[in-house]
Design a protein around this ligand. Sequence first.
Ligand SMILES: C[S@@+](CC[C@H](N)C(=O)[O-])C[C@H]1O[C@@H](n2cnc3c(N)ncnc32)[C@H](O)[C@@H]1O
Length: 358
Amino acid sequence: MFDVEERLTLDERSAVDFVLGLRKRWADTVYPALREEYGATGASATTVADAGQVLRGLPLYPWFSHLERVQQKMLWKVAGDAVLSRREELTGQLTSLPEQPKGSLELNPDLELPDWYTDYDIHIQPGSFFSDDMSAYVYEFGARIVMLRDNDGYKFHTLFAQTALPELPAATRIVDIGCGFGKSTRPLPAKYPTAQVIGVDLAAPGLRLAHAEAEATGVAIDYRQADGRATGIEADSCDVVTGTMVLHEMPATAIRETIVEAARLLKPGGSLRFLEFMLTGDPLRDATVYEHAERNNEPFFHDLFGSDLIEVCTEAGLTDVSWTPFDERRNGVQPQGWGDRPEWHFPWAVLAATKPEA
Ligand SMILES: C[S@@+](CC[C@H](N)C(=O)[O-])C[C@H]1O[C@@H](n2cnc3c(N)ncnc32)[C@H](O)[C@@H]1O
């Protein structure tokens, strides 16, 4: 399969580099400058709400917040233009599959997508991620820039698989809920060579791309279109149920239902692992993370922070529930915390739990 990025014209490449550069400067220069302004006020806020109030009065704040939103819009423009101008070729490669596929693709055209999923252009991506086959390519392209290229070659998700998922040499089934275009699922067959790996998502375009890319490289994954709250997968059949960056896209009730479904799927002794965000405890940093939700069209981010997932997992019958920070620049799981990172970053964290033995 060809990668759109390998075929960019000079103009397209320049546009991508500009957006990437803008994003980096916003995170590593504008954010620290904002912190400096905040420090100079002498504010001693202890809550996110108080820090947010001081933040909104800072001279640099309008610039900081404008840049965050505008670079996201620019990102979709450059990714969208690059993908849509190659629609025919890209559509062709979604359907040119090997005669003997290693994995499978099961789409469900009758699956009803929830309103909370279709009502918003998540991440400001025009048309969102479920509407058109090209939206998966656009998202794949845009996500590389959002991750500041730290996830090129599945680096980030491989680090998650290596440091957050348990070693299980005889695993038989692993499920990835909210697998998108397969970025989070792809490292799983190498981690669990004895297991059937299933990726589940609501969005058919993402699954088509995930399937085509897995087959193009001979990786055996079964992709299914289903709601993570009701996957249709057999109860007590999974060694690990995982998901990355998915819970924060759901309202609180759906988060709860997804955890309950994950608990249902796990074998006794099986492990739940979700990569999500956590507040860091630094009120100013957390205020900017809160506001990222509005600026990036993430309507349920606050539902994640407002849900006590330790309690939700416990109520779902799981034990050994914990949150552990995850730092993509410092070798993954970080029991000691994120440390002192001067730049703006996503406060990743791993939610872990175990289904007790019967
Ligand atoms: C931010 S993407 C993450 C994709 C992938 N896990 C990754 O780390 O790149 C969130 C994905 O979750 C999917 N999603 C959201 N709610 C879902 C649900 N209830 N059931 C299944 N998938 C869902 C979206 O369609 C999207 O593909």
